[in-house]
Design a binder for this molecule. Structure first.
Ligand SMILES: CN1c2c(nc(N)[nH]c2=O)NC[C@@H]1CNc1ccc(C(=O)N[C@@H](CCC(=O)N[C@@H](CCC(=O)N[C@@H](CCC(=O)O)C(=O)O)C(=O)O)C(=O)O)cc1
Ligand code: HCS
Ligand code: ZN
Length: 767
């Protein structure tokens, strides 16, 4: 039996890569220093896996920004707009593709970014032209293999498979389908494999997570023909084919007939597929199976008793030597090391496993399955006891919360009147102009803001001094918004470390870590709170700061909340009850907060749901069930208010086209939504569907430091005006501004207000 993982977290134990990248972008460190930090992280990751006993350690799982961006550069898939950048200046080109670049005569936008399947990780979307050329451009995969070899470690290089790579991308012109590019792409994969073959690699890991999706016949055929060609041309390289996040499903027959050495199974998301495979007439008992038993998406200790049953079952048909023990997916989605946590309650800590502990669990399962397992039985007992303690813990259950859930009634998820009636009442009470301007909530989380919070957390800054600081930030931001003429203001979210973690810290049923960071995109990380028990609200969580902000101005200020689905999605949630039940518990807590905000004079309340699309199951047959409970949970949170109170929601970073009708069912009075990176493509979907409520399509891409020009914003607004009823259009950025600095934020928002005013004026003149 062998052990492996698909990938390791790569931000560094204490986010060293994030800090180095951001210092490099700010010209505070040079390229050499950045590369040194990266090498240290890789070395530490590899050495730790080796020390803990992983047999096949991955390489090329490291990335400065994103593995799909790395793959674009490996395959020479570089959009033409980056031509002006010197190809020899690799990192400048790489980061320009990731973040855009405004320097000297160069002004290029970043590539689009979107959610990695159903995770909170974001990848860079490959761009394809009809006559797209590919070349083996970046040699990262080779260099990283050699780098590990120099440390005495023979790794398993990881590469995104060609079919998934194409399917994850986008055609940038009409007249072709990206899968048609496969014959042009495969020769580059062959070149890569030729070089790896010359280095005598044993295994290559091809990640083809598109196999977790509903594939067409052509897509399945593309998988079959790709791996047949690779296997026949490279008989010395063993292929480890990885699918994760869901079952192989109806792609299983195709996959079982592929000439691959090993098939990776995500047995956490799809435990039933082991039986399907072992019983299939297509299963070749010589094919090795990698049993993904350890949850790569959550932080709970594995249940060894359960996992050993899977191993036993598999071993009845597959010799032990042909089985791998592994995690369900890359460990990228889990934090580094539970040992760093010194402040977690010891009761809860014994239930948890972060990345390092998961690697130990993988090795423990191998040892427990071996004939000489007696020396390891204590690990089994320890694991059994920890799981039993969790099950019996008094921390988890709250009868009042359970009773409230079982008493939910249909009217709890229904606003008092229909939208048109509410709209009329809100028009009267808010008196907003045509094309009202607003922002999404957060303003720059500057170093000073973060530092003050850190000092406060450490006890070096008193509660009073911290409150005084936050009050001043809010006041400055309100004055700034008034000065530039925004129509609906925000308090700026300065008091929040993160839009989910903040609520996790305040709600019962959650705990949080100090170093449990997970990469979200590029250098940006999140620290998902740990939802371990029934959720309830002890007291109002946001009312004081929102009320204070509103007290400073006569212009409406939006109360700002995170919605139940997003809190669920971006937390590590319990695996001992359904997600739907947990979500309803959060919804009820947020509903109470919404009502309290209304009672305290907030006339507009935004309930952010950027993660609603991300939670959608990967296979379509499971969509409806999810959408039913997710939309209902949002409505529970939003429906306790009177008609005059305007409920906004906000969504970003996802393709929303296929769930527009469900978004409409959420029945928010206004939705602000990310559209600018995709040049408003999404709007057509809203227009075709005749989205009934008001909508603010983002007109400023906040993920890049570029300041948009007046022309750019006007163009986007014209597109919106051409397809949406004018009285329904809001003008706003794509998302919150927490990642930006003040100078560019100020300039960009001034341009945004100017564009709205111009549009308003021309509309009035026209009328
Ligand atoms: C909107 N998005 C979000 C997602 N998921 C979330 N959970 N939250 C989101 O907002 N998913 C989709 C998108 C992803 N976008 C982003 C955008 C920005 C970030 C981000 O900026 N992350 C920060 C971490 C935020 C945070 O918790 N900050 C803490 C500070 C903690 C810290 O670093 N402290 C330092 C000292 C700091 C100093 O002195 O300067 C330390 O302890 O050493 C806080 O504000 O208190 C990031 O830094 O990456 C994430 C996702
Ligand atoms: N209100 C949040 C939404 C981010 S998706 C913000 O502005 O940062
Ligand atoms: Zn957003």
């Amino acid at each position: 039996m062998k052990t492996t993982i698909l990938g390791h977290p790569r931000i560094g134990r204490k986010r060293e890569l994030k800090k180095a990248c951001e210092a490099f972008w700010a010209n505070n460190i040079d390229e050499e220093s950045l590369i040194k930090t990266a090498s240290e992280i890789k070395k530490q990751n590899w050495s730790q896996q080796q020390a803990l006993g992983i047999d096949s350690i991955p390489s090329n799982d490291f990335s400065f920004y994103d593995q799909i961006l790395d793959t674009c550069l490996t395959l020479g898939c570089i959009p033409k707009r980056y031509k002006a950048i010197d190809k020899d200046n690799y990192l400048e080109l790489y980061f320009a593709m990731a973040r855009g670049l405004q320097k000297d005569h160069i002004d290029v936008t970043a590539m689009e970014m979107t959610k990695w399947f159903d995770t909170n990780y974001h990848y860079i979307v490959p761009e394809f032209e009809k006559d797209q050329n590919f070349e083996f451009f970046s040699k990262k995969i080779i260099e990283e293999y050699k780098e590990a070899l120099n440390l005495g470690i023979k790794t398993k290089p990881v590469l995104i498979g060609p079919v998934t790579f194409l399917l994850l991308g986008k055609e940038k012109e009409p007249g072709f389908h990206r899968l048609e590019l496969l014959p042009r792409l495969l020769p580059v994969y062959f070149e890569i494999l030729t070089e790896l073959d010359a280095l005598n690699i044993d295994y290559i890991q091809f990640d083809e997570p598109c196999l977790a999706l509903n594939l067409s016949i052509q897509e399945r055929d593309a998988i079959a023909s790709t791996y047949e060609q690779i296997a026949s041309q490279f008989p010395n390289i063993k292929i480890y084919l990885a699918n994760y996040f869901d079952c192989y499903g109806d792609n299983l027959d195709t996959v079982l007939q592929l000439p691959v050495d090993t098939l990776h199974l995500d047995l956490v998301r799809c435990p039933s597929q082991l039986d399907d495979i072992l019983e299939s007439k297509h299963f070749n008992p010589k094919t090795k199976l990698a049993l993904g038993l350890i949850d790569g998406r959550n932080i709970w200790k594995n249940n060894f008793e359960n996992s050993l049953k899977f191993i036993e079952k598999a071993s009845k048909k597959v010799p032990l030597k042909n089985l791998w023990i592994t995690a369900s997916c890359s460990l990228l989605h889990t934090p580094y090391d539970l040992d760093l946590e010194t402040q977690l309650s010891s009761e809860i800590k014994q239930w948890l496993a972060f990345s390092k502990q998961k690697i130990e669990e993988i090795v423990a399962l191998k040892n427990l399955s071996s004939e000489e397992n007696s020396a390891y039985l204590y690990l089994f007992e320890e694991n059994k006891l920890a799981n039993l303690n969790r099950k019996r813990s008094k921390l988890i259950h709250n009868d009042a919360v359970k009773a409230r859930i079982s008493n939910l009634k249909p009217e709890d998820s229904q606003r008092k009147s229909e939208f048109s009636l509410r709209q009329a009442k809100q028009m009267q009470s808010l008196n907003l102009p045509l094309f009202p301007t607003t922002t999404i909530g957060s303003f720059p989380q500057t170093k000073t803001v973060r530092n003050q919070r850190l000092q406060h957390k450490k006890g070096a800054l008193s509660q009073d001094a911290y409150n005084h600081f936050i009050a001043k930030e809010i006041e400055d931001s309100i004055r700034f918004q008034e000065r530039i003429g925004l129509d609906v203001l925000v308090h700026g979210e300065f008091e929040r470390n993160d839009m989910v973690e903040y609520f996790g810290e305040k709600l019962n049923g959650f705990t949080f870590s100090n170093y449990g960071w997970v990469q979200s995109y590029g250098s940006r990380c999140v620290k998902p709170p740990i939802l371990f028990g029934d959720v309830s609200r002890e007291k109002p969580m946001t009312v004081d700061w929102s009320k204070y902000a509103q007290s400073l101005t006569d212009i409406p200020v939006k109360g700002m909340l995170t919605g139940p689905v997003t809190i669920l999605q971006w937390s590590f949630v319990r695996n001992d009850q359904s997600r739907a039940t947990t979500c309803n518990q959060i919804a009820l807590a947020m509903r109470d907060e919404v009502i309290d905000l209304e009672d305290n004079g907030l006339k507009i309340i935004q309930i952010d749901e950027p993660a609603i699309r991300e939670g959608l199951p990967l296979r379509k047959e499971a969509w409806q069930n999810y959408l039913d409970w997710a939309v209902k949970a949002f409505r529970i949170s939003a429906s306790g208010v009177k008609d005059e109170t305007q409920i906004h929601t906000h969504m970003c970073y996802s393709e929303f086209n296929d769930i527009i009708s469900n978004i409409a069912d959420m029945d928010a009075d206004v939705i602000t939504i990310e559209t600018s990176r995709s040049k408003m493509e999404l709007l057509d979907a809203f227009a075709n569907f005749k989205y009934p409520n008001e909508i603010g399509p983002g007109v400023y891409d906040i993920h890049s430091p570029r300041v948009p020009s007046l022309n750019e914003i006007e163009d986007l607004l014209t597109k919106a005006k051409n397809v949406l009823p004018h009285g329904h259009i809001w003008v706003n950025p794509d998302c919150g501004l927490k990642t930006r600095d003040w100078p560019e934020t100020k300039k960009a928002l001034e341009v945004l207000v100017k564009a709205a005013k111009k549009l308003r004026k021309s509309e009035l003149e026209y009328a």
